[in-house]
Ligand binder design. Structure first.
Ligand SMILES: Nc1nc2c(c(=O)[nH]1)N[C@H]1C(S)=C(S)[C@@H](COP(=O)(O)O)O[C@H]1N2
Ligand SMILES: [Mo]
Length: 320
């Protein structure tokens, strides 16, 4: 099985987070108030005395998933400081600081459209519909880099079963918060806002598709898409839409933010495929963050055994 036994975990993976947090503690200790707070509380709580719902709070009772990879995880500091989140700027380093001001409570997710039980879920209610699982997945960005991230979340299909799609529901559309006062990148016209993504209903129902609410044992940092984001590990990273406020079941294929911006470069499916290049660069290889030498990109990002059947008979050059 793919479940990681404690003996399989490299000590570098275990120490990385501690070392990083100690460094953060050290920085905080430079300010008077930081010192007092850092002294009394556990590493993941000291930043956020206000409790469970804040980024950095520890998530309890998380079960390990058999769908996890046993590859070494990307260091916490890279996962949380090298981000694509255009609502907070187009460079990789700005979301870590710019997204601090995003208010993730109160937060609701409206589930609507072609479903028998449409509902506006409060985020704290939504998190409880299914047991939280740790899923260590590869994430392959269309730009040519990749990471291995220990997400915490639950299968999207748990939510889909609750709302009961009608026979007309063929696709699922996901929509990010639109609030330019909180998301200054939305003043720029680099994309048409809000960010929109979509999946075919069978892709959305696939057991690998999750809604993530945490990573590395903690509530999701804002820059990673708090309070709730999609993770579809066999597709390019941009399909994994962040900070979702609406999930809509529809009859027709949604037009996603990236298709709208550059339809010849970003298709609806966007399955990781080393044989179909991006018009402006090859997708044959990738750089795993933290590694020097490039490695070959795997078909469906290495999840082919689980997902290839979804696309049997489809021309993946046409449906890219
Ligand atoms: N709303 C929104 N979601 C988004 C993006 C974005 O700019 N806005 N960037 C996407 C891209 S290109 C990638 S690679 C992943 C990055 O996720 P991470 O920063 O948690 O690694 O988020 C995706 N989700
Ligand atoms: Mo990406």
């Amino acid at each position: 099985m793919l479940i990681k036994k404690p003996s399989d975990i490299k000590s570098s993976e275990i120490t990385d987070k501690k070392v990083y947090l100690n460094r953060r503690k050290f920085i905080a200790a430079a300010t008077a108030s930081g010192t007092a707070i850092a002294a009394g509380l556990g590493v993941s709580r000291w930043l956020t005395a206000s409790g469970e719902t804040q980024s950095g709070a520890k998530l309890e009772g998380v079960i390990k998933s058999p769908f996890s990879t046993n590859e070494p995880m990307t260091p916490y500091k890279d996962v949380t400081n090298y981000n694509n989140f255009y609502e907070f700027g187009t460079d990789k380093y700005s979301p870590a600081s710019m997204a601090k001001s995003l208010k993730t409570r109160p937060w609701t997710v409206a589930v609507e459209g072609e479903v028998k039980r449409p509902k506006v879920y409060d985020i704290d209610q939504l998190i409880k519909i299914s047991p939280l699982e740790e899923r260590i997945y590869r994430l392959r960005c269309v730009e040519g880099w990749s990471m291995v991230i220990p997400w915490i979340g639950f299968p999207l299909n748990a939510l889909i079963k609750l709302v009961e799609p009608t026979s007309k529901a063929k696709y699922v559309e996901f929509i990010t918060l639109y609030d330019p006062r909180q998301m200054p990148g939305q003043h720029s016209s680099v994309l048409k806002w809000p960010y929109v993504e979509g999946l075919r209903l069978d892709e959305a129902m696939h057991p690998l598709t999750i809604l993530a609410v945490g990573l590395y044992g903690e509530v999701l940092p804002n820059q990673n898409g708090a309070p709730i984001r999609l993770v579809v590990p066999w597709k390019y990273g941009f399909k994994s839409i962040k900070s979702i406020v609406k999930i809509r079941f529809v009859e027709h294929q949604p037009i996603t933010a990236w298709m709208r911006a550059a339809p010849n470069e970003y298709g609806f499916y966007s399955n990781v495929n080393p044989e179909v290049d991006h018009p402006r660069w090859s997708q044959a290889r990738e750089r795993r963050i933290g590694e020097f030498r490039k490695r070959p990109t795997l078909m469906f990002n290495g999840y082919g055994d689980q997902v290839a059947h979804l696309y049997s008979g489809m021309d993946l050059r046409k449906y890219f």
